[in-house]
Design a protein around this ligand. Structure first.
Ligand code: NAI
Ligand code: MG
Length: 336
């Protein structure tokens, strides 16, 4: 089996971390073809759009895509977020954010939590307007049965597949009675189909507290778009932060994996860009492709480097991006 992978380097340090990920993927005993496609401000400057149709087509025609980062230019008329547009165009409805403890002082121990965030509706539906001469602003929060059902199913399936026993459904149905009320009702229905998994409800503000107080008790959190956006950034700070946080955007027939960080313009060309988040994104991609053994092997190699202090300066080490990449590659090759 040959996997066709679309690489979306993007802007800033995006091309550096994507090249690093390509190197470590090539060190695994798998067959890949890699195709690069354009996205972001560099694409806009060359082609007049930050998300060319050819890029969407390339992603649709591949088994999965790996995305670096893009730069958002301030106040450019007609410019749009290619990341948000890509998620909509490919209907990448599930945003998965794993948070697992790392052998590093910046990480708390005992955490193994996946946040499953709805990625297409909720408060990010894009329905906003100004009224009363600009003195009243309204955003509509759209929650649908279909949107809720598929994200809840994704969370319970993930729990089942990974041998987890609990799913926390996070909402604010005591105040948002209609929208969160619908999400909660659908959750109770879906949960009934997974008798071996315990469904627990948690209000979003309580969840924000519990993430700090006792994150070890949480296994899977499933929630709506905005809540998931906030909670997943909070959670990643418990286990090493931006340099190591990865995510997956998963739809029915396409999937895009990415580091959570942005394009970090000041780091371009300095060798200081930490490739770890993109390595973990690549490992998520391998899991999605069903290559669990290779996913574990890549993750283990990265964790061994972190434990040995073979890292970029943001994690306390003294290696450059390419030196850390070589160190991970060596560990993959020596772990037979
Ligand atoms: P950023 O994530 O690029 O940087 C935030 C801080 O983290 C900086 O101090 C940076 O040096 C550091 N950092 C980020 N990635 C790192 C890495 N791999 N290794 C070591 N240090 C790293 O966020 P910022 O500065 O707010 O935004 C820069 C640009 O990126 C903006 O144009 C923003 O719109 C864009 N952005 C893009 C995202 C994406 O493509 N998904 C996500 C977030 C921001
Ligand atoms: Mg965010």
């Amino acid at each position: 089996m040959t996997y066709h992978i679309t690489l979306l380097p993007g802007d800033g340090i995006g091309p550096e971390v994507i090249a690093a990920a390509e190197t470590v993927l090539r060190a695994l005993p798998l067959e890949f073809t890699f195709t690069r496609a354009e996205i972001g401000f560099s694409a806009y400057e060359r082609l007049g759009t930050p998300l060319p149709e050819a890029t969407l087509e390339a992603i649709r025609n591949s088994h999965a895509a790996l995305f670096g980062a893009v730069t958002t230019p301030p106040n450019l008329p007609g410019y749009f977020s290619p990341v948000v547009r890509m998620r909509q165009a490919l209907d990448l409805y599930a945003n998965l954010r794993p948070n697992r403890s790392l052998p590093h002082p910046s990480s708390r121990p005992g955490i193994d939590l996946v946040i499953v965030r709805e990625n297409t509706e909720g408060l990010y539906s894009g329905i906003e307007r100004l009224e009363d001469d600009g003195n009243r602003a309204i955003t509509e929060r759209v929650i649908t049965r279909r949107g809720s059902e598929r994200i809840l199913r994704k969370a319970f399936d993930l729990a089942r597949q990974t041998g987890r026993t609990r799913v926390h459904v996070v909402h604010k149905a005591n105040v948002l009675r209609q929208t969160c009320g619908l999400f909660r009702r659908v959750a109770l229905e879906v949960a009934a189909e997974y008798p071996e998994i315990e469904m627990l409800e948690m209000l979003v503000d309580t969840c924000a507290m519990e993430l700090i107080r006792a994150p070890e008790q949480l296994q899977v959190i499933v929630t709506t778009n905005l809540f998931g956006d906030i909670l997943s950034d909070e959670a990643c700070m418990l286990v090493g932060g931006l340099g190591v946080a990865a995510s997956g955007n998963i739809g029915t027939d396409a999937a895009v994996f990415e580091p959570v960080h942005g394009s970090a313009p000041p780091l371009v060309g300095t060798g200081k860009a930490n490739p770890t988040a993109t390595f973990f994104a690549a490992a998520m991609m391998l899991e999605y492709l069903g290559e669990t053994e290779s996913a574990i092997r890549l993750r283990k190699a990265v964790e061994a480097c972190i434990a040995a202090g073979q890292t970029t300066p943001d994690l306390g080490g003294a290696l450059t991006t390419s030196e850390m990449t070589e160190a991970v590659k060596c560990r993959i090759q020596n772990d037979e």
